[in-house]
Each structure stands twice: as C-alpha cells, then as structure tokens.
Design a protein. Structure first.
Length: 72
C-alpha cells in the first residue's frame, strides 16, 4: 500500500491591536451608558419641573410665561 502523508500547518497570529480594540469598545460602552443615564436624568428632571410648574401656577400661566420669555 502506498500512503502519502501531508503535513498541515496552521499559523495563529495574536496582536495587541485586537486587545486594544476590545478595551476601546468596552470603554465606549461604559461612556455610552453613563451619558445615556445622564440624559435620562436631565429629561426626567425637566418633566418633573414642568409638572410642578403646571401644578403650582396652572397651565395657562405657564404658557403665558413661556411666550413672555421667548418674546412672542
């Protein structure tokens, strides 16, 4: 029997660029989460302030105050 054997080699490359990109991706996700939380906090604060103004002064006075502040 004639058997031919071949040698298969596999080369694996590792690089610091992949690790660096993973670190940047993780940092980006963290910053995105913090900024999303800050934006949600500001939006909630604005909504609560608007509701508080409507309760204390009434919706008509709030609208009149907005028009006088904008200058219309």
């Amino acid at each position: 029997m004639n058997t031919t054997m071949t040698k298969n080699t596999t080369k694996t490359r590792t690089s610091e660029i992949a690790t660096s990109n993973a670190a940047v991706d993780a940092a980006s996700k963290g910053v995105l989460a913090v900024m999303t939380g800050a934006a949600a906090f500001v939006g909630l604060w604005a909504a609560v302030s608007l509701v508080a103004a409507m309760v204390s002064a009434g919706p008509i006075e709030v609208i009149k105050g907005w028009f006088s502040a904008v200058g219309m």
